[in-house]
Design a protein around this ligand. Structure first.
Ligand SMILES: Cc1cc2nc3c(=O)[nH]c(=O)nc-3n(C[C@H](O)[C@H](O)[C@H](O)COP(=O)(O)OP(=O)(O)OC[C@H]3O[C@@H](n4cnc5c(N)ncnc54)[C@H](O)[C@@H]3O)c2cc1C
Length: 184
């Protein structure tokens, strides 16, 4: 069983995967590189003066993989709760299990509604401030959770908050992911 399956490979899903992989969790992201980022020219992502969205995605995907996260080019057909976690079924019927799910489906609430989460056009799916949904173990981040506030940096922040919450729950205490520059 994987620690976490992330569904959606936009900034929300990739950011969650980065934090999880960097902190030693077994995480797999599913997506087919169809994010809206390919239509964006980023000029409002702090620390990145100007970058084509496709280039952002290329860097982000490589960053996740370099940290040990896996990204699979596959569409998730369905999700279901099972004992101790969740079963994810891909197109073609392959199944995988994980203890947690991070849903970053973008504008489509298809899998979230399969799990019984309520979605509205105006407000998306309700979560707490860390992205935890009404279904224990399921986090919802990015555009899916706040359709009227769809910005890349907001989705990435949501993904990071969800990952830190998962790491903190697993450890039983608050986790910070801080690095310092080398001495000298
Ligand atoms: C024309 C345009 C210009 C934009 N310009 C900017 C800008 O300048 N600055 C800015 O901050 N934002 C901009 N945005 C918005 C930005 O693209 C979004 O805020 C961002 O992509 C949202 O990220 P996300 O991770 O929440 O969702 P998304 O990027 O939508 O990612 C969701 C991903 O999940 C995948 N997915 C869904 N269901 C499944 C499934 N069942 N199995 C596998 N994969 C699945 C989708 O294919 C998609 O790749 C722009 C958007 C558009 C359309």
């Amino acid at each position: 069983m994987l620690d976490v399956i992330v569904i959606g490979d936009g900034p929300g899903g990739l950011s969650a995967a980065l934090f999880l992989a960097k902190n030693g969790k077994q995480v797999t992201v599913f997506g087919q590189d169809k994010t809206a980022m390919h239509w964006a020219m980023l000029r409002n992502y702090l620390g990145v003066p100007e970058l084509h969205g496709s280039e952002f995605q290329k860097i982000a995907r490589a960053q996740v993989e370099a940290m040990g996260g896996s990204i699979r080019d596959a569409r998730v057909a369905s999700v279901a709760r099972t004992d101790g976690g969740f079963t994810v079924t891909l197109d073609g019927d392959e199944t995988l299990q994980a203890k947690y799910l991070v849903l970053s489906e973008g504008k489509s609430p298809r899998l979230s509604t399969m799990l019984g989460l309520e979605h509205t056009e105006a407000h998306g799916i309700a979560t707490d401030r860390n992205g935890a949904s009404g279904v224990p173990g399921v986090y919802v981040v990015g555009r899916l959770a706040r359709p009227g506030r769809s910005q890349a940096i907001i989705s990435a922040g949501d993904g990071a908050a969800a990952a830190i919450d998962i790491l903190s729950r697993e450890k039983g205490e608050d986790v910070t992911d801080w690095d310092s520059p080398p001495e000298g």
